[in-house]
Every structure is written in structure tokens, then in C-alpha cells.
Design a protein around this ligand. Structure first.
Ligand SMILES: [Zn+2]
Length: 162
């Protein structure tokens, strides 16, 4: 049997939470807290657990940690744990930078311009279709093929001018 509220001092299963405490059955992982931050984490300590050297007194702790890792990574006598940590973090950062580039590309002015043109083109095409359909029907010459031909010609012209 589970003991979501733990055990009493005599070893019996608690039926109620102790006043003022969070029951153990409550979700421990708040999904909101699990959302990864967009910004890569900034170091203040060496991420190698066996080292854990503190750099928070430095002017730029993050940079100091990097230099510390880099020093090991580039040295023949460097600590292998630091070497491993350095390359792992480097790979992770590289992947994140790739994602960032993709995001930026998507948001770039060029992308917006291309899509603005697309929107403009589809609006022009709609206008042309309506206009030519009315003209063709008035002339009693309406067919889908005739309409398509007129619209295609119009859009070829539009493409040249836009
Ligand atoms: Zn270290």
C-alpha cells in the first residue's frame, strides 16, 4: 500500500497530510517549471560535479567557467571529466544555436516580404477572377477554360511587375 502522506512516528501509514505540509501525492513536477527557458543557462560554477569550482566572485562568471573548461579541454594533462563536459556543452550550444538560426530566419524581413508578396498575389488573383468572370458572362463567352486563360495571362503580367 502506498503512503502518500508518509508514516507516523509509530510506523503507521498516515491517512491525512500533516497540517502545513504538501502531500507527497501532489504532482512534484510542475509542468510550468519544466518549460525550458529560451536563453541558454549561464554558469556560475563548474558543471563538472567532482569539481564544482565556484566562479561567482568573477566579473563574468559564465565566461570564467568556459575558460576553466577550455583550459582543461585544450591541455594534454587536462581533466578528462572537464574535457567531456566541455565537448558535451559545446555540442548542446551548437544545436541550440542552430534552432535559433532557424527561428531568426523564419522571422526575417525577407521571409515576411516573401509572404507579403504571396498575400498580395493571391488578392490580385481574386480580383482578376471576379473581374474577368463578369466580363465573360456579359459577353456570353464564359467557360472555366476561358476564365483560366485570362487569369493566367493577368497573373503572368502581375509577376513581371511585382
Ligand atoms: Zn572544474
Amino acid at each position: 500500500m502506498e503512503a502518500p502522506y508518509g508514516y507516523t512516528a509509530t510506523g503507521r501509514i498516515r491517512k491525512k497530510p500533516i497540517k502545513g505540509t504538501v502531500p507527497l501525492a501532489a504532482p512534484v513536477n510542475n509542468p510550468q517549471l519544466q518549460v525550458e527557458s529560451e536563453k541558454p543557462e549561464k554558469f556560475i560554477r563548474c558543471p563538472v560535479t567532482t569539481c564544482n569550482k565556484d566562479f561567482q566572485h568573477r566579473k563574468d562568471p559564465h565566461k570564467a567557467v568556459w575558460q576553466h573548461l577550455l583550459h582543461h579541454a585544450n591541455s594534454y594533462v587536462g581533466d578528462p571529466d572537464h574535457k567531456t563536459a566541455y565537448s558535451a556543452i559545446k555540442e548542446k550550444r551548437k544545436a541550440e544555436a542552430g534552432d535559433k538560426k532557424t527561428r531568426e530566419k523564419r522571422n526575417s524581413a525577407r521571409w515576411r516580404a516573401r509572404n507579403a508578396r504571396k498575400a498580395k498575389r493571391s488578392s490580385a488573383m481574386g480580383t482578376a477572377k471576379r473581374k474577368f468572370e463578369i466580363q465573360l458572362r456579359r459577353a456570353g463567352e464564359f467557360t472555366e477554360a476561358a476564365l483560366k486563360k485570362l487569369v493566367d495571362d493577368k497573373m503572368a503580367e502581375w509577376d513581371l511587375n511585382n
